[in-house]
Design a protein around this ligand. Structure first.
Ligand SMILES: Nc1ncnc2c1ncn2[C@@H]1O[C@H](COP(=O)(O)OP(=O)(O)OP(=O)(O)O)[C@@H](O)[C@H]1O
Ligand SMILES: [Mg+2]
Length: 828
C-alpha cells in the first residue's frame, strides 16, 4: 500500500475542497465587509439620506454616507483582525491524521485529506472522514454522534483489496456497515488502515450537520449580551417613536425629522459591542498563547472568568503522570515474577490505547514474549475497567486479565498461592487479599489486579463472558507522585473563588492519599456506586458538598457536570482521556492538554501546551479582565451615551429647531466609537479580578438609572446656558452642544472604568490618547474648513471656559454617584 502521490492528492484537494464541515469561512472579503451593513438601522439611514439627496441636500447625504462608511470600516477592520488572530491560534492545535502519501507515513491536518487517501487509525483517534476498512485489528469505534448508539461497535475489513474498497466507496454507505467508518466517530480500541471515500460536507456527518453545525450552546455571557441588546432596542424604539411623533406634531419637515430619529437610533445602538467583545477576547487569547495555553473557542475565555467550579481528573493534572511499576506481588504479598509476566503479556498484546499504566509495566523490564502468540482480546473500556488478552503458547490457550482490583477479585474463584499452586478462593483468602489491596492503596500505590484462566486450545475468541472463574495471580502496584506545583495552584484557585473538585476513575484510597500529599482538604466523597443509586435531583443535592468523586465512569463524570450546571455553577473540566470527552463537551469550559487523545482535544475549548495548573489560574484572571473591559463598554453605553441621546430626544420638545443635525449625531457617534476602540487594551483593577465574574442585568440597569440622569442633567444645563448666556442661534447651539456632548461622553470613561478614585487607577495610555485625541478634535472641528459642511460655527472662546467648568462638575458628580452606587450595591 502506497497511498496517493502528493500530486494526485493536491489535484483532488482542489476538486473536492478541504475536508471540513462548514465551507463557509472563505466568504470573499468584500462580502464579509458588506455583511457589516446588514444592520437595519444603517440601511434605513442610507435610504433616508438618499431620499434627502433627491430633494436637494446632496452634500448632507454624501457626508452621512461617508460617516456611515467610516463607522462600518472601523468595525469591520477590527473584527476581521480579531477573527484572523483567533483562527491562527486554533490552527496550532489542529487535529492531524496519519496518512500514507508517496509511500510514506505523514502527519497531516485532517482538512487536507482527500478521497483515496489511506489513513492509519488507532485507539483515541477521531475518524477524519467517511472511509472503508482495508485492514483492521480488534477495531472498535464509537459512532454515537451519528447513530446514538452509546456502545462501541466492532468494524472489520471485508474488502480484499483497495480496488474493491474504491468500488464500494462509490456506492451506498450504510451506517451499520461493518466495513465502513464515519467522520466524527472515535476509535475506542484496536487499529486499522482505511481508505477515505467521502470528505467534508459530503460525509454522512456533513449531510446531517451542515445546518446544525457543531456550534456550542450560547454561553451565559452571550445570553447576557443578547438581553442587553434587547433592552437597548426597546428603549431606542420608544425614544425614536417619541421624537418622531413630537416632530410631526410640531409640523417640522417630515424627511428631516425622520432622518433625525433614525440617526438618534444609530447613536443609541451599542453597535461596537460585538467588535469590542471579539477584540477583547482575542487579546485575551493572544496573552494566553504566550502562557502556552491555546484557546480554540475565544468565548471560552469569558467562561473562564465566570467559572466558579473546576472539575479535574487526577492523573497528569494533580500527579506527575510519570508512573512507575514498583511492585508485583502475589496473594500473599510477596514479590512474584509470575505476576509481572502475566501483566507484561497483557500490556504487550493489548491493542487498545496504551494507558500510562501499560507503559509503566512495559518499561519495567524486558520480558521474552516470543513463545506467545496473540489470538484475540477484549479491549479496555471504562465501564468494565479491565482488559483481557487471549494468548497461546505451545498449543495451550490462556486468557490474561488485568484491571481494577475490586472487580478482578470479584471475578476470581481461585488463586495462586506462594508455591504457584491453584487453590480455591475461600472467604478467608478473599479477606486477606482485600486487606492486601487496602494496605497497598493506603501507601499511595495505584493498584491493578492480575488474573488468568486456561481455556481450551480451540477457544476461538475472547469475550466478556470469558472473564469469570478466574485464577487470581496478584497485584501490580504503581507510584504516581503528586505534582509539587499542583498544591500551590489549587490554593490559588480556591483563593480566587474557584472550587476544585476531583473526578476520577481511580479508587478512593489512592485519591485520598494524593489529596493529603497536596494538602487538599476532603470535604465529602461520592463514589461511582453511590452515584449510580442517586437520581438527578438527589445528585444535585449531594454534588455541592463533595469535592472528591471516585471510581466514576465517563457517563457519571458527565452527570456530575450536568448536576453542577443545574445548580447554576459555571463549570470547567480538565481532562485528557477518552473517558473525559463527554464531560469536556458538557462543561462550560472544556480544558485539555497537548498530549491528550484526539477526542478529548476535539471536545475541549482550550488546550494547555504544558501541564501546569498555575497557568489555568492566569487564564481565569485573563477571563475576568476581558469581562471587566466589556463591562466598561456596556456601562458607558447605558449611562453616558444613553443619557446624551435621551437629552437629544427631550430637547426636541422645547427647542424651535432640531438640537443636532442628523449628520452631527452620526459624527458624534463615530467619534465616540473611535475613542473607545482602545478599550480592550485597558487595565483592570486587581480587586475586580478577585471573584468569578458573571453577567448581571440588574447591576447594569441600576447603574444606568443612577448615572444616566446625571448626564442628562448636565446636558440641560448646557442647553440653558447656551440659550441664555450666549443667545445661541441654531448653528451655535448645535456646535456648542456637540462639543460638550463629546467631551462629557468620552471623558467619563476615566470615572466609570474603575471602582476606585479615578486618580488611583491607571488607565492604559492608548485609551488616554484616543480619548483626549477625540475631545481635542471635537473642539477644533468648528474652526476648520470642514465646519460649514458639517453645520458648525466657530465657538466664542469664552465658551471653552464654561465647557471646562461643566465637564469638571459633571465628572465630579458622576464620581459621587458612582461611589454611592457601589456602596449601596455592596451593602445589598
Ligand atoms: N491499562 C489498563 N489496564 C487495566 N486496567 C486499567 C488500565 N487503565 C486503567 N485501568 C483501570 O481503570 C480505572 C480507571 O482508569 P483511569 O484511572 O485512567 O481513569 P481516570 O478517570 O482517567 O482517572 P484519572 O483521574 O487518574 O485520570 C483505573 O483505576 C484502573 O483500575
Ligand atoms: Mg485520566
Amino acid at each position: 500500500m502506497n497511498g496517493l502521490t502528493s500530486l494526485v492528492a493536491a489535484a483532488r484537494l482542489r476538486q473536492y475542497g478541504p475536508n471540513r464541515l462548514q465551507p463557509a469561512r472563505q466568504r470573499a472579503l468584500l462580502l464579509q465587509f458588506l455583511a457589516h451593513f446588514k444592520n437595519p438601522l444603517v440601511l434605513v439611514l442610507l435610504a433616508a439620506s438618499g431620499l434627502s439627496a433627491l430633494t436637494g441636500d446632496v452634500t448632507g447625504a454624501l457626508i452621512i454616507g461617508v460617516i456611515v462608511l467610516m463607522s462600518v470600516t472601523l468595525d469591520f477592520v477590527q473584527s476581521y483582525r480579531a477573527g484572523r488572530a483567533a483562527e491562527q491560534l486554533a490552527l496550532q492545535v489542529a487535529i492531524t491524521a496519519t496518512v500514507l502519501r508517496d509511500g510514506q507515513r505523514r502527519e497531516l491536518p485532517v482538512t487536507e485529506l482527500v478521497p483515496g487517501d489511506v489513513v492509519l487509525l488507532s485507539a483515541g483517534n477521531l475518524v477524519p472522514a467517511d472511509a472503508r476498512l482495508l485492514e483492521a485489528d480488534d477495531f472498535f469505534v464509537n459512532q454515537a454522534q451519528l447513530t446514538g448508539e452509546p456502545y462501541p461497535v466492532e468494524k472489520r475489513a471485508s474488502l480484499p483489496d483497495q480496488a474493491d474498497a474504491e468500488q464500494a466507496s462509490s456506492q451506498a454507505w450504510a451506517l451499520d456497515a461493518a466495513d465502513a467508518v464515519f467522520m466524527g466517530s472515535s476509535v475506542v480500541s484496536g487499529s486499522a488502515s482505511v481508505l477515505i471515500g467521502r470528505t467534508g460536507s459530503t460525509s454522512a456527518l456533513g449531510q446531517i450537520a451542515v445546518s446544525l453545525a457543531d456550534k456550542a450552546p450560547p454561553t451565559a455571557f452571550e445570553i447576557g449580551t443578547r438581553h442587553f441588546g434587547m433592552l437597548i432596542m426597546r428603549l431606542t424604539f420608544l425614544l425614536v417613536l417619541f421624537t418622531l411623533l413630537v416632530n410631526v406634531a410640531l409640523h417640522r419637515p417630515l424627511l428631516e425629522s425622520f432622518l433625525f430619529a433614525v440617526a438618534l437610533a444609530v447613536g443609541l445602538t451599542p453597535e461596537l459591542l460585538p467588535m469590542v467583545v471579539s477584540v477583547t477576547l482575542t487579546r485575551g487569547a493572544l496573552r494566553m498563547a504566550a502562557l502556552k495555553v491555546i484557546v480554540k473557542r475565544p468565548s471560552a475565555i469569558q467562561d473562564m472568568g465566570a467559572m466558579d467550579v473546576l472539575c479535574t481528573d487526577k492523573t497528569g493534572t494533580l500527579t506527575e503522570a510519570k508512573i512507575r511499576l514498583e511492585r508485583h506481588v502475589d496473594a500473599g504479598g510477596q514479590d512474584d515474577p509470575h505476576v509481572l509476566e502475566l501483566a507484561y503479556l497483557n500490556s504487550y498484546f493489548e491493542s487498545g490505547l496504551k494507558s500510562p499504566l501499560d507503559d509503566a509495566i512495559l518499561a519495567h523490564g524486558e520480558i521474552d514474549v516470543s513463545a506467545w502468540t496473540k489470538i484475540d482480546e477484549v479491549p479496555f473500556d471504562f465501564e468494565r475497567r479491565r482488559v483481557s488478552v487471549l494468548v497461546q503458547r505451545a498449543g495451550a490457550r490462556r486468557l490474561v486479565v488485568k484491571g481494577a482490583p475490586e472487580d478482578i477479585v470479584r471475578l476470581c474463584t481461585h488463586y495462586q498461592d506462594s508455591a504457584d499452586a491453584t487453590v480455591a478462593l475461600d472467604a478467608a483468602a478473599r479477606v486477606r487479599i482485600t486487606q492486601l489491596f487496602d494496605s497497598l492503596s493506603e501507601e499511595g500505590f495505584r493498584v491493578l489486579g492480575i488474573a488468568s484462566r486456561d481455556v481450551p486450545g480451540d477457544h476461538p475468541h475472547a469475550m466478556v463472558s470469558d472473564e469469570s472463574e478466574l485464577v487470581f495471580a496478584g497485584f501490580a502496584a504503581f507510584l504516581d507522585p503528586p505534582k509539587a506545583s499542583a498544591g500551590e495552584a489549587l490554593k490559588a484557585l480556591a483563593a480566587s473563588g474557584v472550587a476544585v473538585k476531583i473526578v476520577t476513575g481511580d479508587n478512593e484510597r489512592v485519591t485520598r492519599h494524593v489529596c493529603t500529599q497536596l494538602g487538599v482538604a476532603i470535604e465529602g466523597v461520592l463514589t461511582g456506586t453511590e452515584l449510580a443509586a442517586l437520581n438527578d435531583d438527589a445528585l444535585r443535592a449531594r454534588v455541592e458538598g463533595a469535592n472528591l468523586f471516585c471510581r466514576v465512569n465517563p457517563a457519571q463524570k458527565n452527570r456530575i457536570l450536568l448536576a453542577l450546571k443545574g445548580r447554576g455553577h459555571v463549570v470547567g473540566y480538565l481532562g485528557d482521556g477518552i473517558n473525559d470527552a463527554p464531560s469536556l463537551h458538557t462543561a462550560d469550559v472544556g480544558i485539555s492538554v497537548e498530549g491528550a487523545v484526539d477526542v478529548a482535544k476535539q471536545a475541549a475549548a482550550m488546550i494547555l501546551l504544558e501541564r501546569d495548573l498555575m497557568v489555568l489560574h492566569q487564564g481565569i484572571l485573563e477571563g475576568r479582565r476581558t469581562f471587566g473591559n466589556v463591562m466598561k463598554y456596556i456601562m458607558m453605553a447605558t449611562s453616558s451615551n444613553f443619557g446624551n441621546m435621551f437629552s437629544m430626544a427631550a430637547a426636541t420638545l422645547f427647542l424651535p429647531f432640531l438640537p443636532m443635525l442628523p449628520m452631527q449625531i452620526l459624527l458624534n457617534n463615530l467619534m465616540y466609537d473611535v475613542s473607545e476602540i482602545t478599550l480592550p487594551m485597558d487595565n483592570v483593577d486587581e480587586e475586580n479580578l478577585a471573584q468569578p465574574k458573571r453577567w448581571d442585568m440588574t447591576f447594569i440597569r441600576n447603574f444606568m438609572l443612577t448615572i444616566g440622569p446625571i448626564s442628562s442633567l448636565f446636558d440641560f444645563l448646557t442647553f440653558y446656558l447656551l440659550l441664555s448666556l450666549f443667545n445661541a442661534h441654531e448653528s451655535l447651539f448645535r456646535t456648542g452642544w456637540f462639543v460638550e456632548s463629546i467631551a462629557t461622553q468620552v471623558l467619563v470613561i476615566f470615572v466609570i472604568r474603575t471602582r476606585r478614585n479615578p486618580l488611583r487607577s491607571h488607565p492604559n495610555r492608548w485609551l488616554v490618547l484616543t480619548s483626549l485625541g477625540v475631545v481635542v478634535t471635537a473642539m477644533l472641528l468648528p474652526f476648520t474648513p470642514l465646519a460649514p459642511y458639517l453645520g458648525f460655527t466657530p465657538l466664542p472662546l469664552s465658551y471653552f471656559g464654561l465647557l471646562g467648568a461643566l465637564v469638571v462638575a459633571y465628572l465630579l458628580m458622576v464620581e459621587g454617584g458612582k461611589q454611592w452606587f457601589y456602596r449601596r450595591a455592596t451593602r445589598a
